[in-house]
Design a binder for this molecule. Structure first.
Ligand SMILES: Nc1ncnc2c1ncn2[C@@H]1O[C@H](COP(=O)(O)OP(=O)(O)OP(=O)(O)O)[C@@H](O)[C@H]1O
Length: 244
């Protein structure tokens, strides 16, 4: 199997500034921040994280709430810039993070297909070609002319998943999105991800279902308070995680 490195996470640390003060209004916040009276505390969500991902790997990020999984995925997706260290990514990336975040809720599902497609870098012609597949996969045939604000959260996720997975990206980033939608739809999404893996797509995957992680992933990064506790074989680390 080809062992081409597609993601290199090199000594990455991420700092967030947390303000513990409460402000009665935005005006009060602005005045105090101009006067330098807002005290902020540094919080390191990732601390010196390093790992490499090779083409065709499917890597699961596991760890308790707040351990830094989503922050790590967002730095790889280019949504966040690390405070220290570097992330090098080669190839196209399809991020399935916060599904539906790019939707305009007042527009119809149909209009959002084209809007979201444009945000993902597709032309109108490309989206027209993929339109029927998106409608069929999301099973929203009867709802395409309905404003998305009237959709349930599961319907929003189905539409967003169908749009985000129309191509075969080099790297697919999946953050918790399979926990939305019903059981049957989750299976359908899993199948689509597995089909992409067969085509050679590299997967980065976050889910609180350790069984789902073990089913999809061959490697694991186990994060603990922003630090890599373990990195390696999925089966071994998932079993260790279950027993921890
Ligand atoms: N924009 C932000 N500003 C301040 N703190 C943040 C921000 N984003 C994340 N954090 C903090 O960083 C830590 C890691 O958050 P992150 O969402 O990466 O964890 P996670 O492992 O994905 O958690 P979960 O399993 O709950 O989804 C948390 O303590 C969180 O409060």
């Amino acid at each position: 199997m080809e062992r081409r490195e597609v993601i290199k996470v090199d000594h990455v640390s991420m700092k967030f500034n947390l303000s513990s003060e409460k402000f009665d209004s935005f005006k009060e916040y602005v005045i105090k921040s101009i006067k330098g009276q807002v005290s902020v505390e540094a919080f390191w969500a990732l601390k010196d994280v390093s790992f490499q991902v090779y083409k065709g790997d499917s890597v699961g990020l596991i760890g308790l709430n707040g351990s830094g999984k989503s922050t790590m995925l967002k730095t790889i997706a280019g949504v966040l810039k690390p405070t220290k260290g570097t992330v090098t990514v080669s190839g196209s990336v399809a991020p399935l993070i916060e599904l539906g975040a790019g939707f305009d809720m007042d527009l119809t599902a149909r209009e959002n297909v084209f809007l979201n497609g444009a945000l993902l870098g597709y032309t109108r012609e490309e989206m027209t070609r993929h339109y029927d597949d998106i409608v069929k996969f999301s099973e929203l045939e009867n709802f395409m002319n309905v404003p998305v604000k009237n959709f349930s959260s599961g319907m929003v996720s189905r539409l967003a998943f169908a749009i985000a997975t129309i191509g075969v990206p080099d790297i697919l980033i999946v953050d918790e999105v399979l926990s939305v939608g019903d059981f049957r739809f989750q299976e359908k999404c899993e199948k689509r991800i597995q089909a992409m893996m067969k085509e050679g797509t590299t997967i980065l995957f976050v889910s609180h279902s350790i069984d789902q992680v073990q089913k999809i992933c061959n490697k694991i990064v186990w994060l603990d308070h922003g630090v890599v506790k373990r990195f390696g074989d999925a089966e071994e680390i998932c079993n260790e995680y279950r027993g921890s």
